[in-house]
Design a binder for this molecule. Sequence first.
Ligand code: NAG
Ligand code: NAG
Ligand code: NAG
Ligand code: NAG
Ligand code: NAG
Ligand code: NAG
Ligand code: NAG
Ligand code: NAG
Ligand code: NAG
Ligand code: NAG
Ligand code: NAG
Ligand code: NAG
Length: 784
Amino acid sequence: MSLRYLWLLSLTLAVIAQVDYSQYVNPFIGSEGPFPGQGYGGGDIFVGGARPFGVVKVGIDTTAANWSTAVLNGGWSPDGNVTAIINQGYSPRNTSLFPPAYPAQVGHDTASVGYFKTQLQNGVQIELSGSRHAGIIQYNFPAGEKHVLVDVSHYLPGSPNDPNSQFYIGGEIQVHDNGQAWSGYGTYVGGWNNGAPFTVYFYGEFDMAPEAARLFRGPNTDPMRGYQGLANGRPSFAIYDNLTNTATSGPMNDRVGGTFTWDVDEQLSITSRIGISFISVEKAQLYIRSEIPSWRLNDTVDSTVQVWNDDVFSKIQVPLDDTANLTNVRLLYSSLYFIHLMPSDRTGENPLWESDEPSWDDFYTLWDIFRCTVSFYHIFQPVYYESMIRGLIDIWRHQGFLPDGRSGNWNGLVQGGSNADNVLADAYVKGLRGAINWTDGYAAMKTNAEVVPYNTHDPTDYTASTKEGRGALLDWLELGYVSKDRSTRCISRTVEYSLNDFAISQVAAGEMPGDQEKYLRRSAGWQEIWNPNVKSLDFNGFLAPKFSNGSFNESGYDPLYCYGCEWSDYTYEAVPWEYSFVIPHDMQTLIDFMGGPQMFESRLDLMFKPNTSVQALGPNGAGITTLMNIGNEPDFATPYLYNYINKQCKSVQRTKELAYQYFHDGPSGIPGNSDAGAMNTWLLWSILGIYPIVTTDVYLLGSPSFKDLNMTINGNETLRIRATGLEDGFYVQSVKINGADWKKNWFQHGDVLQSGGVIEFDLGSEQVVWEEGDVPPSPGHVEI
Ligand SMILES: *[C@@H]1O[C@H](CO)[C@@H](O)[C@H](O)[C@H]1NC(C)=O
Ligand SMILES: *[C@@H]1O[C@H](CO)[C@@H](O)[C@H](O)[C@H]1NC(C)=O
Ligand SMILES: *[C@@H]1O[C@H](CO)[C@@H](O)[C@H](O)[C@H]1NC(C)=O
Ligand SMILES: *[C@@H]1O[C@H](CO)[C@@H](O)[C@H](O)[C@H]1NC(C)=O
Ligand SMILES: *[C@@H]1O[C@H](CO)[C@@H](O)[C@H](O)[C@H]1NC(C)=O
Ligand SMILES: *[C@@H]1O[C@H](CO)[C@@H](O)[C@H](O)[C@H]1NC(C)=O
Ligand SMILES: *[C@@H]1O[C@H](CO)[C@@H](O)[C@H](O)[C@H]1NC(C)=O
Ligand SMILES: *[C@@H]1O[C@H](CO)[C@@H](O)[C@H](O)[C@H]1NC(C)=O
Ligand SMILES: *[C@@H]1O[C@H](CO)[C@@H](O)[C@H](O)[C@H]1NC(C)=O
Ligand SMILES: *[C@@H]1O[C@H](CO)[C@@H](O)[C@H](O)[C@H]1NC(C)=O
Ligand SMILES: *[C@@H]1O[C@H](CO)[C@@H](O)[C@H](O)[C@H]1NC(C)=O
Ligand SMILES: *[C@@H]1O[C@H](CO)[C@@H](O)[C@H](O)[C@H]1NC(C)=O
């Protein structure tokens, strides 16, 4: 007895000694945009129970209060009513199914890491949590009728005008053990990436058997844009039939589901555990056994919190004593939370091919996360990151192309370039090897550079593939740029293909040296569309639309406009003014083209002038009036570009102003779509006081937010970032790296991020030019 007691005591002490960082996470950051109570222009985030890079995200789905301002990608929205709990039906008091009156929530929902609670108007309270492949949901019913509806045919709704909606196209449900358990599968198609059908198997169970379990089957009457429904001519209601314990959608792709009823009048809690798998019902069931062995909801909450602390939060330590600025602490740990929700580690869950390689999905998208998120994974999650890259290469091995976006086991969409190239190059130049087969990695990149993907005839853009690869590759190969008359997004794709080819040259340097020069030359393609005659706001020279015959369209072109910034326009989601700064591999030529350091500086200054932006960018720039749009990814590096003219103090000014103005510990706490954590990573780097230049091993110095910060990097090394003078101001006065005076405003990966090291900043209120010598390098410098 006493031995057992001691063991328990030491366990308790160990638990107490560990900090629960999850208390600093605000899971609602980004749930609203600039208009309070609405998701529009906000982070488009998921709210619910999930684990780092986990397969399931357990949460509620809601209706759109107003489709023109709705944001439902993550299910939860601040102003919609509850339609479902993902992979689980909602709890109607009224069992008539179509159309249900969706219950409104009462008051504000509650969420913390691994936990979510909502109170419905109908009196039902729902609490839930998630593990990697399973969820647990507790329904607290008031006195009265008690039903749970399991609707296999539920899916995330899209707006009526959305060309990329998702749909249910078939499924099956069976009940077991007198209705205490149920299993089956549902098949869904579409979504933002226009994906092929994918099937999810499920196994669910209740902690107490219901008195009745009835299955239904009814026609699938949802109008399916781009697909044919089979429901015409039949009555549009579902029927409960009493002959079997199975309902199958059959050849008609009917909706199927079941209701489970408890004949208890007094209030009652019913708990349900559900596992899912892309392989089989058996695996789905096993996940419940291995991941959620307890019926106590909070056992799962506790273990999920533990995983987040161990895998993520505890790897960064900052002072948490009385001197701590808790707002900054909460921004730090919340940002870490949001960058670990996607992609999903689907290892063991790939239904498409057998492989010893890991399997990853939900890259949503690389266009978003290549800019600074993958560089964060690299130092912070080297094990996951190596696995992710192996998974990416395996997609190429078995499906022919690396993805740019991917979900539902399907590549798509490609918004600009083939940005997996940038991701692989970033890992490669920083020395990530492990079990990555770089011979294949390089071959995969080369496919992007040389193989024209077949046209997917996507209504979004009929001209070329939107699925994978480079849709405008024929132009690129023949002309060295993307032309205005043959291709869409001619400017932004030229910008992205240039960096993609630079990325390939970086990996070629090690894997296929004979190719390096060729791709380096191709990476100068952006110079082909630089038109020195274009004038805007007193500046000369901009990226401009160029015809395939080599002449520019000089009539009426204004780089302040993109005429929509969509798939068919000059530029995608940013105007040419902005894209004209996005040449990270050859800033030297860019500064030259812009007329030298002084002209470059004043042009950059103008990016930050309020009320200058004239192009409406919709939700991708809601509430932002400067040309610099921190609400979307293309401009992420722009505020740091003063480092390239040795005026780091202005980079600090710009980045800190953006961080303070646009990032908060509140629902509208990020300036645009989180985009799989891309937006949150921008803030994380600004908190650290460094910023990576993707596809190179260079980091620019900014200004840190904490006086002391330890970060576990590269598995078991430590990066320490210290700052004195924080209380006086954020401008850098001097820097030391590993104890030695550091005069450059940049450093390389090997300096502190491979084996660890210390960066010491001395900060103050004065803007001083403290750096001297070489500006950050332009390794892609080419003169044509
Ligand atoms: C939500 O339900 C409430 C109460 O029934 C209703 O007033 C409101 O219009 C509903 N909102 C939506 C977006 O359906
Ligand atoms: C929906 O939102 C749009 C854009 O804000 C607005 O114009 C419209 O009036 C709203 N519709 C309703 C029914 O509130
Ligand atoms: C259930 O809803 C249907 C349609 O909305 C309605 O006709 C019926 O009266 C309701 N039943 C109960 C018991 O509230
Ligand atoms: C269900 O069973 C009842 C009684 O046995 C029968 O009258 C009814 O027709 C059956 N319903 C269906 C849809 O088969
Ligand atoms: C379960 O955990 C959540 C989140 O920590 C907490 O709010 C809730 O009160 C807990 N419930 C019980 C029954 O302990
Ligand atoms: C960082 O690590 C150093 C060395 O172990 C330690 O002295 C310091 O207190 C740590 N700082 C924080 C904020 O944990
Ligand atoms: C904490 O930092 C925030 C910026 O993130 C700042 O606005 C706030 O004033 C600081 N609070 C204190 C008490 O210093
Ligand atoms: C890389 O994969 C290819 C086949 O895809 C194989 O031939 C080669 O041996 C692998 N290289 C290494 C180092 O494993
Ligand atoms: C190039 O093509 C454009 C668009 O077709 C045309 O307007 C222009 O006159 C052509 N220029 C030359 C030099 O052929
Ligand atoms: C040239 O650009 C102007 C302004 O964007 C446009 O109206 C015109 O159609 C373009 N000309 C050609 C030949 O594409
Ligand atoms: C920007 O425009 C708005 C609305 O016209 C005005 O209220 C604001 O003062 C302007 N801001 C600046 C810095 O000019
Ligand atoms: C650090 O981790 C690496 C890789 O996981 C391992 O090879 C090395 O032995 C570890 N070093 C220490 C000091 O634990």
